[in-house]
Design a protein around this ligand. Structure first.
Ligand code: SMG
Ligand code: MG
Length: 370
């Protein structure tokens, strides 16, 4: 395919309810979407960078800049390409995996739409629906938390993930386990909020039969996660620490990752995400698909990825309505009987609601390939 044009577009969306994690509280989203035009067709990609560099070093303003000034000119200069070339051409640039992933996604969407095949078909996933988990934020009171969790249970979600931080961990977990009963999948995500000195405290979670504890320690503290994994029964899962196939392989070998959360944006794209999946299948490490509060664009692609057989745990692939009153895709993601449908349309399998998209667009810029 020959690249012709790239439109960068920022949209503003309010969350249905504030989403608080150990990094801070999110109420409004500022999301960058990419629309690529090629000689064979067009494609879309969603950049999962947040407005602030808190979850990782990336943020939306930086994504705009690095794509405009560095990534797009380099991609264009390389001549005709397909999706697999995107990562290779951008490899010499350090960091910015979410920006690279968004470009690769747009090119991949264009390529697959041109070929008339869906992403799940491209990946070879066999399932037509996948179990849906929901990520629940931190609240000011336990009563509010329990009411929220009950609502998600009523919505039919297959598992609950609680955000935790020091001062909001054992008691919320105890009460939620009591509320949802012993059978339902429950896991926690600390987003790096603990340190190596918290081992004895975190061991207290063992009695609640959690599926996993996600990223308790700092992103760089892979060895600390290995020590923790050896010291507690709850399986240790890495999110922020896994930024590539290499970091995944090393963390597994070190015993730091008993389970891996795969997020395409965090690892530089869907193709690297697939390679990490394959590695984990080979090493017997369960994986699940993480979420970055995506719109229907990113969620559709995540659902296609999560149809691969190694994704043995429910992902953070909740309904559009979990975060947004109205999604930018025509068919919002819904959860039925605990499952999300894997899209079967061409490309990443969504159709955009262009009128709504235009109405929430706050900024756009078009780059030509010449
Ligand atoms: O997309 O459903 C979702 C949110 C899932 O909790 C979620 N994501 O660390 O896994 C994570 C967080 C990252 C985004 S909030 C900082
Ligand atoms: Mg996480």
């Amino acid at each position: 395919m020959r690249l012709e044009r790239l439109q960068l577009r920022r949209i503003a969306l309010d969350l249905v309810t504030p989403f608080r994690t150990s990094f801070g509280t999110e109420e409004h989203r500022d999301i960058m979407l990419l629309h690529v035009t090629t000689d064979e067709g067009e494609g879309w990609g969603e950049c999962v960078a947040m407005a602030e560099p808190a979850y990782s070093a990336e943020f939306v303003d930086a994504a705009v800049l690095v794509i405009r000034e560095h990534f797009w000119p380099t991609l264009v200069a390389g001549g005709p390409l397909d999706a697999a070339d995107v990562g290779a051409r951008l490899e010499r640039y350090s960091g910015h995996p979410m920006s690279k992933a968004a470009l690769e996604a747009a090119v991949l969407d264009a390529q697959l739409r041109a070929d008339g095949i869906g992403l799940h078909e491209f990946f070879g996933g066999q399932r037509s629906q996948i179990p849906s988990g929901v990520s629940v934020g931190i609240f000011d009171s336990l009563d509010v938390l329990l009411a929220q969790v009950q609502g998600y249970v009523d919505d039919g979600y297959a598992r609950i993930k609680l955000k935790i931080e020091p001062g909001w961990d054992i008691e919320p977990v105890r009460l939620v386990r009591e509320l949802i009963g012993p059978e339902m999948g429950l896991q926690v995500d600390a987003n790096t909020a603990y340190t190596r000195t918290d081992t004895d405290h975190l061991r207290r979670l063992d009695e609640y039969d959690l599926l996993l504890i996600e990223q308790p320690l700092a992103e760089e503290d892979v060895l600390g996660h290995a020590h923790l994994a050896a010291a507690i029964d709850t399986p240790v899962c890495l999110d922020e620490s896994i930024v590539s196939l290499q970091t995944a392989a090393d963390a597994i070998e070190l015993g730091a990752a008993e389970i891996i959360n795969i997020k395409p944006g965090r690892v530089g794209g869907y193709l690297e995400a697939r390679r990490i999946h394959d590695l984990c299948v080979d090493r017997g490490v369960p994986v699940w698909c993480g979420g970055m509060v995506e719109t229907g664009i990113g969620r559709a692609a995540n659902a296609a990825l999560a149809a691969l057989p190694g994704f043995t745990l429910p992902g953070d692939i909740s309904a559009s309505s979990r975060f947004y009153r109205r999604d930018i895709v025509i068919d919002p993601i819904t959860v039925d009987d605990g499952h999300v449908r894997v899209p079967d349309g061409p490309g990443m399998g969504f159709e955009l609601d262009h009128d709504f998209l235009d109405s929430i667009t706050t900024w756009s810029e078009t780059l030509d390939a010449s």
